[in-house]
Write a protein that binds this ligand. Structure first.
Ligand code: HAM
Length: 417
């Protein structure tokens, strides 16, 4: 146990963290350009928030939450997603009292107790955005455009954007009734999960992965068929904006999403070829959520994209950049005096912004040079007996294999340029 991490978690090691930083930097840059500012909320919240926010009948709340009692006997849950927390912060920190819309983004770990497999972890990471107070269809288009722009900048240009409209609560009531009428005659042919969904949330039957349910649902009515005139007009305008922006999408009337809070536009982005877990991101509008959490009626919309799945897609397509990190210069010195001189020079190099390192194992000069080669440094600065006498150093170009003896100041200047 001591040397085994919990199932469904991962260590992100040096050599991998650089890829994460790369993705996070692209996300931050895109967000800045679109006017989104970072928000950081706690990793745990009161359980009640997710029950109310994500929805009681969702898989997340029913089966996947990491919930525990803290020492004060409060029920606490590790966040399974970011939207509910950002809504809570929007209300608690009175962001609704400032200028609207409020446009936020976040990057961080989420927790869901699910069966781990490729692309599915129990601790995973999302990059998400949430917008409050923007009811116009252009906001829906902006949110999807930002997601696709972000993927595009990473070089993921073969993704599929699926979109649908789930309508308002009134449309939802209509489709719910139609679905119950449609499925009633075949109710006992549905899987037990869907039989349960039949009363609680029949829309989710459209999303069932069981082949017989999918078969039965093929001709079922969809939300898109039951939209009221306002919802239909909203969705039409969203689609027009997407066309104007030249962003291709697939109209997917079966798309329902696994969280309860969605209204109007819902979308999911698929990455072909990354395995069973091909949903690389998803989101949509949630116009009733702020109110459901005790706030004023406020339109909301956002998305979350799974970073592990993005990495899988990048890896699979050979799109991960070759990021070179680590020291550029290795300072090789031997003997107490040379080491003292070398250590001071190391500090000067670093102060000049040059990534530099030296030996801390008491290796011989020869072994130090061998180690420098293994580390892949571009230059070595060597202080041997001879250089110590003259107050000079040897600057060696590790690739060219050439070297020259120069003063310390000259070495700093040369390495700085
Ligand atoms: P979600 O569809 O549950 O939506 O998750 C969004 C993305 O997170 C998924 O498309 C997937 O890439 C990633 N993801 C989810 N679960 C896992 C897992 N167990 N392992 C690895 N990756 C995973 C939400 O979370 C909503 N909060 C999105 C949203 C924001 N809607 C509006 N605003």
């Amino acid at each position: 146990m001591l040397t085994t991490r919990p199932r469904g978690t991962a260590d992100i090691l040096p050599g991998q963290t650089e890829n994460w930083q790369y993705i996070e930097n692209v996300a931050a840059r895109v967000c800045r350009e679109y006017g989104y500012r970072e928000i950081r909320t706690p990793i745990f919240e009161h359980t009640e928030l997710f029950i109310r926010g994500v929805g009681e009948s969702t898989d997340i709340v029913e089966k996947e939450m990491y919930t525990f009692r803290d020492r004060g006997e409060r029920s606490i849950t590790l966040r399974p997603e970011g939207t509910a927390s950002v809504v809570r912060a929007y209300l608690e920190d009175k962001l609704h009292a400032g200028p609207q819309p409020v446009k936020t983004y976040y990057i961080g770990p989420m927790f869901r107790y699910d069966r781990p497999q490729a692309g599915r972890l129990r601790q995973f990471h999302q990059f998400g955005i949430e917008v409050f107070g923007a009811q116009q269809p252009a906001a829906d288009a902006e949110v999807m455009a930002l997601a696709m722009d972000f993927y595009g900048r990473l070089g993921l240009d073969d993704l599929e954007l699926h979109i649908n409209s789930l309508g308002c609560p009134e449309c939802r009531a209509v489709v719910r009734e139609k679905l119950q009428q449609y499925f009633q005659p075949v109710l006992n042919e549905l899987c037990t999960n869907c039989q349960d969904r039949f009363t609680r949330n029949p829309l989710r039957i459209l999303d069932c992965k069981a082949s017989h349910c999918a078969e039965l649902a093929r001709e079922a009515p969809t939300t898109a068929d039951c939209l009221c005139p306002d919802c239909r007009a909203h969705f039409e305008k969203v689609r027009q904006h997407m066309q104007d922006l030249g962003i291709p999408y697939i109209l997917d009337k079966r798309l329902v999403r696994g969280l309860d809070y969605y209204t109007h536009t819902a979308f999911e982005i698929m990455a072909p070829g990354i395995g069973a877990q091909s949903s690389i991101g998803g989101g949509g509008r949630y116009n009733g959520l702020v109110e459901a959490c005790g706030g004023p009626p406020t339109p909301g919309i956002g998305f979350a994209l799974g970073l592990e799945r993005i990495l899988l897609a990048l890896e699979q397509r050979g799109k991960l950049p070759d990021i070179k990190v680590g020291p550029v210069v290795f300072l090789a010195a031997m003997g107490d005096r040379a080491i003292r001189e070398g250590f001071s020079l190391l500090a000067r190099l670093r102060a000049a912004g040059i990534a530099a390192d030296m030996d801390y194992q008491g290796r011989s000069l020869k072994a130090q040079m061998k180690y420098a080669g293994k580390m892949g440094v571009r230059y070595a600065v060597i202080i041997g007996e001879n250089e110590l006498q003259k107050g000079s150093v040897v600057l060696r170009d590790m690739i060219a294999g050439s070297q020259r003896e120069i003063s310390k100041d000259e070495a700093i200047r040369a390495l700085h340029s």
